[in-house]
Write a protein that binds this ligand. Structure first.
Ligand code: DQQ
Length: 548
């Protein structure tokens, strides 16, 4: 039945109960990771958006303890909702929030909040000064389209900058920059950071520098790294409900951003995730010199069902992000701490999978698993041809060429959350095509057989993997399975697909895991490691994690 809770996740972040959406203000402070999120404390829907900032803390990014809400909508400048925003760590080490308030007139305004006691590593209480809002609604911006301040960064002139989303009255979407010396008086830069044009309203902007190609370290903003390094601009696009990013140059005097080798329309940029995530936000963790990305993965079943379950929304596993060695795209990888949950391991080396082959990965309870597999492709000869004029729409291709549609090189991959009779399964797989004299690798997560329930959104998802398969001759896949989440990293984190799934069998029986090859050419599984994962303590009441 719909109300059963075999869908609740074991190690993806969720509040104890009720609704969550966007990640807000992630940071690391005095040895503690802080995570805030858009939260409805009353029930499991977004409702009318009268939201709070939920707050949890962790020392390892894996186990979390819930604290009291950091902010509730109870001031005139946020009385109708404390919406998304970001944390900035000031030079003296103390954090500050910039966030959107829905004010008493239902206008969107930007507010500031400070910790009541900065010497408390748990930052339990937050103070909203009465001089809020610090950025009022501008005349040329639609009253309910002005929101989501980014983390602020300091310029060489000693002024802070922040990026804010704005839907202009002329119908275009824009990302504005404001400058301030004190987080209180803000002045708008005439030139926007980015104009989305007819892509419409864009939300939750994130702008951050990245280290040299191939360097896994993250970079923090510094007043002098402006022109010297590459920047990433990220947008959440309402039109498609997807997150896109682009590489570019940031001019730290003019506060403008120029795209490198990309179309201005953000809907053509690369996506962090070709599945079901939105409103992602990164933070810089100085301790491990890494940049970590959070993203919200909404439910895909009917509202009545998640209301009955009493919870809705998960966060993807925090991901380390960095620039690939060619400097063309970001790579993403689950933070290493997740590996502390690994229990039973099943390993395999050098197995051949012939045409039509299918192997069960046994001894791993399939509802909480971490699977890493490397497929070697001995020959590309059988690769299917894509006509020269064929539209290269990966999602459509995954729909036309599902896991059971026999191919040449592929489809090969995993079946996860499979019932014993295979009636239910989610397939995660690759398929190699030849297109205009080159090879293209498609990655799919196909949900069409994921559940026998009919009332669930269960599309095929797909993205291309930017890999030179002719040279590399192998492709890796890592899939994290967590009850109702299937989060997959193709080609070492080049392409990521997160899906929400609702198998029926899981209420009563164990889920199983398989590898398969439905291509005519053999593939070699040069390496397979599968682990059952222990549950993390995620906002378990009375968990004893917080003693202070
Ligand atoms: N969600 C928040 C907004 C943001 C949107 C409201 C994105 O601040 O634009 O809950 O999911």
């Amino acid at each position: 039945g719909v109300g059963h809770d075999s869908y609740r996740t074991a190690y993806h972040f969720q509040p104890t109960e009720n609704w969550q959406n966007d990640p807000n203000g992630p940071m690391y402070y005095k040895g503690v990771y802080h995570f805030f999120y858009q939260y409805n404390p009353y029930h499991a829907t977004w409702g009318n958006g009268n939201l709070s900032w939920g707050h949890s803390v962790s020392v390892d990014l894996v186990n979390w303890s819930a604290l009291e809400n950091a902010m509730d909508p109870e001031s005139s400048f946020d009385i109708n909702g404390c919406w998304s925003g970001s944390a900035t760590i000031l030079p003296d080490g103390t954090p500050v929030f910039l966030y959107t308030g829905i004010d008493a007139d239902n206008n969107q305004v930007q507010n500031v909040a400070f910790p009541k006691n900065a010497s408390d590593p748990l930052l339990r209480e937050w103070v909203k000064p009465s001089y809020n809002p610090v950025i009022a609604l501008p005349d040329d911006v639609v009253h309910d389209n002005f929101r989501d301040p980014s983390t602020a960064w300091l310029g060489r002139d000693g002024l802070w900058r922040v990026a804010v989303s704005a839907g202009l009255k002329d119908g275009t979407g824009s990302t504005l920059v404001y400058r301030s010396k004190d987080f209180r008086q803000w002045e708008r830069n005439a030139e926007p950071l980015y104009s989305a044009g007819d892509a419409g309203m864009v939300e939750c902007p994130d702008l951050f520098p990245v280290a040299e190609p191939g360097d896994q370290h993250g970079l923090d903003y510094t007043p002098s790294n402006g022109a010297a390094v590459s920047y990433v601009l990220k947008q959440s696009v309402m039109d498609t409900l997807s997150d896109y990013y682009v590489l570019g140059r940031y001019d730290d005097a003019a506060d403008t951003f120029s795209l490198v080798e990309a179309d201005n329309d953000c809907r053509t940029w690369r996506r962090f995730d070709y599945g079901h995530v939105y409103a992602s936000k990164s933070f810089y963790h100085a301790g491990k010199k890494r940049r970590v990305l959070w993203s919200w993965a909404n439910e895909s079943d009917p509202e009545a069902d998640y209301l009955a379950r009493g919870w809705a929304g998960v966060q993807t596993v925090p991901r380390r992000i960095w620039l690939d060695s060619k400097g063309k795209q970001l790579l993403q990888w689950p933070i290493e701490e997740i590996e502390t949950l690994r229990k039973t391991r099943v390993g395999l080396l050098g197995a051949e999978m012939n045409a039509g082959g299918m192997n069960e990965i046994i001894d791993v309870t399939g509802a909480q698993a971490d699977v890493e597999v490397v497929f070697e492709v001995p020959s590309l000869e059988g690769a299917e041809n894509l006509g020269p004029n064929q539209l290269l729409d990966p999602q459509r291709l995954c729909g036309e060429k599902g896991a059971s549609v026999l191919g040449g090189v592929g489809p090969f991959g995993l079946l996860v959350l499979a019932s014993g009779d295979l009636q239910e399964h989610t397939s995660v797989f690759f398929r190699v095509f030849r297109h205009e004299g080159k090879y293209k690798v498609l990655m799919c997560t196909d949900l069409r057989r994921s559940t026998t329930r009919a009332d669930v959104y269960k599309p095929p998802y797909g993205g291309f993997v930017d890999i030179d398969i002719e040279k590399e001759r192998s492709i890796s896949l890592r899939t994290l399975v967590d009850h109702s989440v299937v989060e997959s990293y193709g080609g070492g984190g080049r392409t990521v697909i997160t899906a929400r799934v609702y198998p029926e069998h899981a209420a009563t029986t164990n889920s199983r895991l398989f590898m398969f090859n439905n291509g005519t050419g053999a593939v070699k599984v040069s390496k397979l490691d599968a682990w059952e994962l222990a549950p993390a303590k995620v906002n378990v009441p009375g968990d004893g994690l917080i003693t202070a």
